[in-house]
Each structure stands twice: as C-alpha cells, then as structure tokens.
Design a binder for this molecule. Structure first.
Ligand SMILES: [Zn+2]
Length: 190
C-alpha cells in the first residue's frame, strides 16, 4: 500500500457495485439522483450519514468518483461525502487539481449544500461547478452544523469562476435526511 491508498477506504465496499460507471450523466437532475441514491444507500446499509457526492467531467457527464459520508465509520470528522469524492477524483486524475491543462473541466455534485470545510475544499479542488440538492437549513433542521458558510462564501467561489447551482431535487434529498432522523442516526457534529 502506498501513501495514496490512504483515502481509498472512503467508500464502503458496496459503493463500487452500486454505481453505473459507464453511464453518462447529462443533466443536473440525473447527477443529483445518483448522489441521493448513494446517500439513501448509506443510510439503509448503516454505513454513514445521509450524504452522497460525486465528481463528473464536463460536458461529457462521465463519472469520475463518488463519496458517501463516512465520519462515524472511519472515525474521522473530515470524511464528508464531498471530501471523499474530491480526494478520490484527484487520485484518479493523479493530480492535486481537477483543472490541470489539457483535461476537461470537472464538477462536484452533492446531495446537500456543502459545509464550511467542503466549500473550502471545493474551491481548492479545481472544480469549475458545484451543484447541490438539499439546502443548509434542511441539514441544520436535523442538528447538523454547516459551520461558517455565508452568502459571501458562495460569492467568493463565484468570483473565482465556480458556478453554483442549489436546490436541485431538494425534496428527494431532504427525504433521505428525514429517513436518517427517523432511524435515530448519529448527529456527529451537532
Ligand atoms: Zn462537509
């Protein structure tokens, strides 16, 4: 195992088989459907919190990497779905940035609005687009803390060329949050 294998445990074993890696995801709704399905599977299988994320190439819609929340399972407060999707994508691209010369642009799609940590990671990752489903108030309604994310924070990313689209498939994403709540799931950063 080399050092870069460290992040491979980010996905529980079922993730590799739950995803259609050959499919092209050509709409934001299709991309959200994938991340919401991952979040629901993560709750159903009791492998983590109710959040799923994925990185796609633009404009082909090719799937590069996925992540599901793994904070409790890996005993690591940084293992949010978005972090694991971004880290895995960079590992697969063999680059610290998802915007290297000569490579298609990338986007991060996530079932819920990114917290402060993940929003920062989005900026540094090199993605040029961020799409999310549920909004921060939906997560906060469960007791999750999104941290210091302000309207200015989103504007900061936009000013650096990152397009942000929120609220796609919000009801479907929120339903998984409610499922997690009804199952008595751990609220780890409340
Ligand atoms: Zn996060």
């Amino acid at each position: 195992m080399d050092g870069r294998s460290l992040i491979q445990p980010g996905g529980p074993p079922w993730v590799g088989t739950a995803v259609d890696w050959q499919r092209r995801y050509t709409t934001d709704e299709a991309k959200l459907d994938l991340t919401i399905a991952l979040s629901r599977e993560n709750v159903d299988r009791e492998t983590g919190g109710p959040f799923g994320a994925a990185v796609f190439e633009i404009p082909s819609g090719a799937l590069v990497a996925v992540g599901v929340n793994s904070v409790v399972r890996l005993r690591n407060s940084m293992c949010h779905a978005e972090m694991l999707a971004l880290m895995t994508a960079q590992q697969r691209r063999d680059s610290f940035t998802l915007a290297p010369p000569g490579v298609p642009a990338h986007e991060l799609v996530t079932s819920c609005e990114p917290c402060a940590m993940c929003l920062g990671a989005t900026l540094w990752s090199g993605v040029s687009r961020l799409v999310f489903g549920a909004r921060r108030e939906d997560a906060e309604a469960l007791g999750f803390d999104e941290g210091p994310v302000f309207p200015e924070s989103h504007q900061y990313l936009r000013d650096r060329g990152i397009e942000i689209v929120g609220g796609v498939r919000r009801d479907e994403a929120r339903a998984v949050l409610q499922l997690y709540l009804s199952r008595g799931g751990t609220i780890y950063n409340a």
